[in-house]
Design a protein around this ligand. Structure first.
Ligand code: SAH
Length: 246
């Protein structure tokens, strides 16, 4: 079981697999008032940077589940590196339908809400693992400007306009689902550059090291089109991610 190979190649050197920076994750942990004893479940935990750094900085404990073999392994290594293996654990698995036996104070899904078919489905799923009075943390992209055509939406990396809401639409949607939005930390252009541009150098290195790999053509194409797509569409007016706590 694994995720598509293009991600494990292009994001193999990423610690954070979304447009959040280490500073943004620290701000978010502070904003959510994380403290020793807080237990967090993280679906689609990637390379574990959120849980590992919050365990180090705020004394939380938690479990992350991720379908990427490589990212799950990297998360375990990061926990060792930061000396927090007694507090965080990472499981390589499909998180779809996952419900914890022992409930958590915080149930999170940052940049992976497709795991339960979108924002509403993910909230429903996370709620099942949440203690009474707990918090759900959702990281979801939103349109800075809603594309005027489906073609532009696809050029931004979405499958269609309906993939994402605007920030206003997203906050309204949480309200319609009958949740309070109680905090919000937004990614910015710098974070998008770190997320997207860091893939280019990783892909360039990978191509130099694996010229005869059957996947080389796909990586070559991705490297050719990604920088232009980023500066034309996603950087200025396309999608942006937020860390919303509801
Ligand atoms: N939250 C992480 C990673 C976000 S990227 C971070 O902030 O860095 C999305 C992640 O979802 C990837 O790590 C990918 O491997 C994982 N993923 C995709 N489908 C999944 C599934 N069905 N179950 C669990 N993880 C999944």
């Amino acid at each position: 079981m694994d995720i598509p190979r293009i991600f494990t190649i292009s994001e193999s050197a990423h610690r954070i697999h979304n447009p959040f920076t280490p500073e943004k994750y620290a701000t978010l942990g502070h904003a959510l008032r994380m403290k020793p004893g807080t237990r967090i479940l993280d679906l689609g935990s990637g390379s574990g940077e959120m849980l590992c750094t919050w365990a180090r900085d705020y004394g939380i404990s938690g479990v992350g589940i991720d379908m990427s073999q490589l990212f799950s392994k990297q998360a375990k290594l990061r926990a060792e590196e930061l000396g927090v293996t007694d507090r965080v654990d990472f499981i390589h698995n499909d998180a779809a339908g996952f419900v914890a036996d022992e409930k958590y104070h915080v149930a999170a899904c940052v940049g992976a809400t497709w795991i339960a078919g979108g924002v509403a489905g993910t909230i429903k799923l996370l709620e099942k693992s949440l203690k009474h009075g707990g918090m759900i943390l959702i990281g979801e992209p939103y349109w800075l400007q809603q594309p005027t055509t489906e073609e532009i939406a696809r050029a931004c990396g979405a499958t269609c306009i309906a993939d994402f809401l605007t920030l206003n639409g997203l906050v309204t949607f949480f309200d319609q689902l009958d949740y309070d939005v109680v905090e919000m930390v937004l990614a910015d252009q710098e974070g998008w550059d770190r997320y997207e541009a860091a893939k280019w150098l990783t892909m360039r290195h990978w191509l130099a090291e694996n010229p005869d790999d059957e996947f080389a053509e796909e990586v070559r194409t991705a490297l050719t089109i990604s920088p232009k797509r980023h500066v034309t569409y996603t950087r200025e007016g396309g999608i942006c991610i937020n860390g919303t706590m509801i």
